[in-house]
Design a protein around this ligand. Structure first.
Ligand code: SAM
Ligand code: SF4
Length: 317
C-alpha cells in the first residue's frame, strides 16, 4: 500500500498483549495494567485474520511485540500461524529476553526469523532499577540462547537515558565485539503521563556516537537506524533518533494494539478499532488507517510529549 505521501506501507507491528513481567520506568506504570479488559483484547484468530488482511494489501513483514510477547501463553501458536500466512515473508519478534532462554529454539522453529532484544544496561542493580523487577542474568542468558538458536539476526536495543546509562554507551557498543549482534541506541521518547524523567534524560543519539570515536559509518540500510561499526566488531551499531532527527519520511508501518486498534502513527491519538471485524472489513480499516497516516508527528521533547493516548506497553513500541 502507498500512503498519501508516497510511502510504501509494508510492515505491521502486532502487539499480542499489554501485559509484561517487567515494569520499565519509561514504558509502563509500576502497578501494571488492568486485567479486567481481557474480553476487549483480540483473540488469536482475530490476530491471524488481521495479518491475512494486511498480507492481502501487500504487507509482507510482521513484528510481534507487546507488552512482553513471551508472557502470552499461546505465543508459539501465534508466531507459527503468522509466519505461515501467505505473503508474509518476514516474521520477527521483540522481547525483553528474560524468558527467551526457554523459548528461543521453539520460536525459531515456529518461523521467527529475527529477534530484537531490549537491554538498557549491563549493570545488575541498574537493570533491576530501570525494569523495577528484572534480573539481568536472565536477559543475558536469553540473548545467548537466541544466538545459539540460529536466528538470521539478533539485535539489542538500548534506550538512551541521560544520567542513567549514558556512561555505558562504550560497554553496550562493545557487545558487537563479544557477540554477532547489532546494538542500537534509541532516544528516549516522552510518553504522555510519564513524568519520571527530567530534561537531562533526553539525550540525542549523536551524543552516544560521540562516545564511540572509533565507530565508522556503514553504508548499509537498516530501516530507521543510521549504522556504524567498531573495528573488529561482528555487528553494527545503530542510532535511532525519533526526537533529534525524526524519520517520518521513511515510515513504512502500521501498528495494531492488543485490544484491536490500528494506529496510523505511534505519536497520534487517531485509532481505528478492528475488534470483531471480518478479514475484508479489517482490510478496509487498514486502507483507511494508511490514508490517515500523517506526514510527520508533532515535535517531541521533554516539554512536548507524545500525543499517543496510551503507554508504550499498550502500543508495542
Ligand atoms: N517487552 C518487549 C521489549 O521490551 O522488548 C516488547 C515491547 S516494548 C514496548 C518495545 C520497545 O519499546 C522496547 O525496545 C522498549 O525499550 C521500547 N520503549 C518503551 N518505552 C519507550 C520510550 N518511552 N522511549 C523509547 N523506547 C521505548
Ligand atoms: Fe515490558 Fe518491554 Fe515495556 Fe519493559 S519495555 S515494561 S519489557 S513491555
Amino acid at each position: 500500500m502507498i500512503d498519501g505521501y508516497g510511502r510504501t506501507i509494508n510492515y505491521l507491528r502486532l502487539s499480542v498483549t499489554e501485559l509484561c513481567n517487567l515494569r520499565c520506568r519509561y514504558c509502563m506504570p509500576e502497578e501494571g495494567v488492568c486485567k479486567l479488559r481481557h474480553d476487549q483484547m483480540l483473540t488469536e484468530d482475530e490476530m491471524i485474520r488481521a495479518v491475512r488482511a494486511a498480507a492481502s494489501l501487500g504487507m509482507n513483514k510482521v513484528r510481534i511485540t507487546g507488552g512482553e510477547p513471551l508472557v502470552k501463553p499461546n505465543i508459539l501458536s501465534i508466531c507459527r500461524r503468522v509466519a505461515a500466512v501467505r505473503g508474509i515473508t518476514e516474521t520477527v519478534l521483540t522481547t525483553n529476553a528474560t524468558r527467551l532462554a526457554a523459548f528461543a529454539r521453539s520460536l525459531r522453529e515456529a518461523g521467527i526469523r529475527r529477534v530484537n532484544v531490549s537491554l538498557d544496561t549491563l549493570n545488575p542493580e541498574r537493570y533491576a532499577f530501570i525494569t523495577r523487577r528484572g534480573v539481568l542474568a536472565e536477559a543475558l542468558q536469553g540473548i545467548e540462547a537466541a544466538l545459539d538458536a540460529g536466528f538470521d539476526k539478533v539485535k539489542i536495543n538500548a534506550v538512551l537515558i541521560g544520567g542513567f546509562n549514558d556512561d555505558e554507551v562504550p560497554d553496550l557498543a562493545a557487545l558487537t565485539r563479544r557477540w554477532p549482534v547489532d546494538v542500537r541506541f534509541i532516544e528516549l521518547m516522552p510518553m504522555p503521563g510519564d513524568t519520571l524523567f527530567g530534561e537531562h534524560a533526553y539525550i540525542s543519539a549523536d551524543k552516544a556516537l560521540a562516545m564511540l570515536p572509533d565507530a565508522v559509518p556503514v553504508p548499509e540500510h537498516d530501516g530507521v537506524a543510521r549504522l556504524y561499526r567498531l573495528p573488529g566488531a561482528q555487528g553494527n551499531i545503530g542510532l535511532i533518533s525519533p526526537l533529534s532527527n525524526h524519520f517520518c519520511a521513511e515510515c513504512n508501518r502500521l501498528r495494531l494494539t492488543a485490544d484491536g486498534h490500528l494506529k496510523p502513527c505511534l505519536h497520534s491519538r487517531d485509532e481505528i478499532s478492528v475488534k470483531g471485524m471480518t478479514e475484508e472489513e479489517m482490510a478496509e480499516a487498514m486502507r483507511r488507517a494508511v490514508a490517515m497516516k500523517p506526514k510527520q508527528h508533532d515535535p517531541l521533547s521533554c516539554s512536548e510529549r507524545s500525543r499517543a493516548a496510551r503507554q508504550m506497553n499498550q502500543i508495542g513500541g
